[in-house]
Design a protein around this ligand. Structure first.
Ligand code: GZL
Length: 327
């Protein structure tokens, strides 16, 4: 009996030692401070300047907020994101955030997160679920509004067009939120004017290399178009390489509308080679850290938190004074 009492005493001391080793918060062991939360973040890849800017935002925002970050890059594969989320669940993080590469296929893993009591925030892109309660909130852009802004610019640009306006579209990753809603918003604005016709549309997967290739196919199959609407700057930069290789003048022989607002596109806007850049900011992550900390404290958060964005175009009198960009 005495042996058992000694064994329990030794075990009690050992357990206490382990608990004390857990991070308790800021240096100095302030007993009143909460321990830093642990956020598991699944990033979809490194496909574009926007994504690189967004990853920088995740890392610097976590440092600013004192959030312990577990960051995994899925390199454009949904199965890698699912594995990452499962690893966060196993590690019992406080909150999960992820940028879903496509909208479908998340129900099972998000059910596992909910069953584990871990709230999940969608960063940048959204998901389609049978049970909407599996996601706690979304932080990102209003992609439909971005498409509307692209269409509204075109209506203004072509107000005096003498005849039909032939449009080619290089869209983003198929079945992703930005691709679906940038396409829809743009179409809703131009659909009532018979002068506008989308004569070609193909995905460039948000990649510069694919934008270059798709532009080659546009010039072969659709011939010279009046407008290029490209769902992100990386694809636009690739497309412009092709346009210039074929001896055409981007921004003059063809109106070019792009989305994101990375430095390379803004520089071309200032040179007159791009006519409109609809802003899509990657700087979302201070908001994400704030919401994650609220969730970890048991607070509720808004279902949707949109970022503030604008439009840059050749109608702006001060286009040359656009300040340096995030990438
Ligand atoms: C938009 C984001 C898109 C960007 C692309 O929020 O998901 O993905 O527009 C990026 O540049 O690849």
């Amino acid at each position: 009996m005495k042996r058992l009492a000694v064994l329990f005493a030794v075990l009690a001391v050992a357990v206490a030692a382990v608990i004390l080793m857990l991070p308790r918060g800021p240096e100095g062991g302030d007993k009143g401070a909460e321990r830093p939360i642990i956020l598991g973040f699944s990033q979809l890849g490194s496909e574009s300047g926007w994504r690189i800017g967004n990853t920088r935002s995740v890392i610097t925002a976590a440092q600013r907020a004192g959030v312990q970050l577990m960051f995994k890059n899925a390199e454009q594969k949904q199965e890698n994101q699912i594995d990452a989320i499962r690893s966060f669940i196993a590690y019992q993080v406080d909150v999960i955030a992820f940028a879903p590469i496509v909208e479908d296929g998340w129900d099972n893993v998000l059910r596992e997160a909910k069953d584990a009591g871990i709230p999940v925030i969608c960063s940048d892109r959204s998901v389609i679920l049978e049970d909407d309660s599996l996601i706690t909130g979304f932080v990102g852009s209003d992609f439909y509004l971005e498409g509307v802004r692209a269409g509204e610019y075109l209506l203004k640009k072509m107000a005096d067009a003498p005849g039909p306006v032939r449009i080619a579209e290089i869209s983003g990753t198929i079945d992703s939120t930005p691709m679906r809603y940038r396409a829809l918003g743009f179409r809703d604005i131009i659909k009532d004017d018979p002068l506008f016709e989308i004569v070609y549309s193909q995905s460039g997967d948000f990649l510069r290399s694919r934008g270059k290739e798709v532009m080659e196919d546009i010039l072969i199959t659709a011939g010279p178009v009046d407008v290029l609407y490209s769902h992100n700057d990386s694809m636009t930069l690739g497309a412009i390489e092709t346009i210039e290789q074929k001896g055409l003048n981007p921004g003059k022989d063809m109106v070019i509308i792009s989305v994101d607002g990375e430095q390379g596109a803004i520089d071309l806007l200032k040179q007159g080679k791009i006519n409109c850049v609809v802003e899509c900011t990657p700087m979302l992550c201070d908001m994400i850290m704030d919401l994650a900390q609220r969730l970890a404290r048991g607070e509720t958060i808004d279902r949707i938190t949109y970022s503030e964005e604008t439009v840059f175009s050749d109608f702006d009198p001060d286009v040359l004074s656009i300040p340096p960009r995030w990438y």
